[in-house]
Design a protein around this ligand. Structure first.
Ligand code: ADP
Ligand code: ZN
Length: 519
């Protein structure tokens, strides 16, 4: 059966072979099983339903929520000589009517429609005459309230399917689906004994690194300078952070642009074009940047702040190396990011159950930032891809050859200072006391009289802060929620203070940075 599919692949699309994931999905559909395919963006979902469509009798209906993508898809298919069209709200009434007429006459192999259409009686009439045997549903997660992109119009799919004289074969496609979303898709679309495939998540040309306790600004400056001639994206958590960082990089002589939702349409458009046409090489942006932007030669994606979950992270990081050439994905972790994300989740209007779920996903993200295990393996396991191979050998965990040094004494100094300051202050003030600052606030609070005042005098202030952040990241210290996070001791820190446990840290040479400089 796969031979016929291969022949169609070659004849129409000019490719010689299927990607691993595509083949499994196509075969399942050709065997007549309802199929749920979870494949990340760029893995080749479209072909996974277009090929079965070309091999099915009659017209295949493709449900897609994205009007602009529909047109692109249809244009591409027409170029390959596949008769296809779309019907959505961008068309005039007359145009819709004439397309419906041609569809009824069997002129199209694929018909793309927006889900809203399914509500219209006239349209349902057409579908009955079409006698659809295969229905592909793109962005199937839109049917679930658990998903990040719930669309009420997708709920019409269930009743619509019931109203059809003959139940068509269904292929549901999405890039992201947690277990909850998967079971919603199966239930609401009434998939019969569906085969579920999670596939195509591996991006072998990307290397992954997490960095903790780094001075982020210095790191980014150094990194972008070393890669000044290569396009890259830096994602930051807030608009303000984007503004600051872009300003800083520009002042340091880099060709950096910015993009966030607080800018005018015009400015955003200009910035985006500048990046697409390589007028600027670094794009500093919030997560508003990237949707539908097709720049294949992005060489690195740096996350200046940790995103809210692995789904968001992998989608953003995955914008590197679209052309198949090497791409580097770096995540700079700092504990404040966890505080911010937790705060954002708590601010939402979600039901408690949903909030818990979001917090669980956030924890998955935090775990990724801390794991000493292979990062690629961790990612693939998170998304549920089966048969994950061994360690990848090229992530920051696999490559971690740094020397382990004992920092127990420094940690004890920090912990005891926090203890003496009664666990009521933030990282900045603790660091200043350790450094030996005599500024007014410190004198007022009489912290200059503490035995820990100035005991890290010889260490740079920023380095002390970095160390404290490291100790938070490693679970010795905790930052409280709220606008002014306070550092508190965790049980692990107490053991260290009592001399019952040691603290170690890996130190330079840092492989992630070294390696990237060779590129
Ligand atoms: P998705 O919908 O999953 O985001 P697309 O279907 O748009 O991904 O495919 C991404 C790119 O991969 C397209 O440029 C497509 O032509 C290409 N592609 C898909 N399948 C193959 C294949 N078997 N061989 C080579 N290129 C492929
Ligand atoms: Zn690895």
């Amino acid at each position: 059966m796969i031979e016929k599919a291969l022949e169609v692949l070659q004849r129409y699309f000019g490719y010689t072979q299927f990607r691993d994931g595509q083949q499994k999905v196509i075969l399942s559909l050709l065997q007549g099983s309802d199929t749920l395919a979870i494949m990340p963006t760029g893995a080749g979902k479209s072909l996974a339903y277009q090929i079965p469509a070309l091999l099915s009798e009659g017209t295949t209906l493709v449900i897609s929520p994205l009007i602009s993508l529909m047109k692109d898809q249809v244009d591409a298919l027409e170029q390959y000589g596949v008769p296809a069209t779309f019907i959505n709200s961008s068309l005039t009434f007359n145009e819709v009517r004439s397309r419906i007429g041609r569809a009824a006459a069997g002129k199209y192999k694929l018909l793309y429609v927006a889900p809203e259409r399914l509500e219209a009686d006239s349209f349902r009439g057409l579908l009955e005459t079409l006698n659809v045997s295969f229905l592909a549903i793109d962005e199937a997660h839109c049917v679930s309230q658990w998903g990040h992109d719930f669309r009420p119009s997708y709920l019409h799919l269930g009743p619509f399917l019931k109203s059809l004289p003959r139940k068509p074969l269904i292929g549901a496609f999405t890039a992201t689906a947690t277990e909850e979303v998967q079971s919603d898709i199966i239930r609401l679309l009434e998939l019969k004994k569906p085969k579920v495939f999670v596939t195509g998540f591996d991006r072998p040309n990307l290397t992954f690194s997490t960095l903790r306790g780094e001075n982020k600004k210095d790191f980014v400056l150094e990194y972008t300078k070393a890669h000044a001639d290569q396009p890259g994206i830096i994602y930051a958590g807030t608009r303000k952070e984007v503004d600051n960082l872009q300003n800083f990089l520009t002042k340091s002589g880099l060709k950096a642009g910015k993009y966030h939702a607080g800018m005018s349409d015009e400015d955003r458009k200009r910035s985006q074009d500048d990046f697409l046409f390589d007028e600027i090489t670094v794009m500093v942006a919030t997560n508003a940047f990237g949707m539908g932007i097709d720049k294949s030669n992005v060489r690195y994606v740096i996350h200046y702040n940790m995103p809210k979950n692995m789904e968001a992270y992998y989608q953003e990081a995955g914008r590197a190396g679209r052309d198949g050439e090497p791409g580097e994905c770096l995540l700079l972790f700092s504990p404040q990011d966890v505080v911010l994300q937790r705060y954002l989740i708590e601010q939402t209007v979600f039901q408690p159950e949903r909030k818990m779920n979001e917090l669980k996903k956030l924890q998955g993200m935090v775990d990724y930032c801390h794991t000493p295990r292979c990062l690629r393996k961790t990612i693939l396991e998170y998304f549920g891809e089966e048969d994950v191979v061994e360690e990848c050998g090229n992530c920051s965990s696999c490559n971690d050859e740094r020397e382990t040094v004992d920092i127990t004494v420094e940690a004890q100094k920090i912990f005891s200072c926090i203890y003496r300051m009664r666990e009521r202050f933030g990282i900045a003030l603790v660091a200043e006391v350790l450094k030996g600052s005599r500024k007014a606030k410190i004198r007022e609070l009489r912290f200059d009289e503490l035995s820990t005042h100035g005991i890290m005098q010889e260490v740079a202030l920023q380095e002390i802060k970095d160390l404290i952040n490291y100790l938070v990241a490693e679970g010795y210290l905790q930052l409280t929620n709220g606008e002014y996070p306070v550092v508190k001791l965790l049980p692990n820190a107490v053991s260290v203070l009592k001399g019952k446990a040691k603290v170690t840290r890996k130190v330079s040479p840092k492989p992630a940075r070294e390696k990237s400089e060779e590129v």
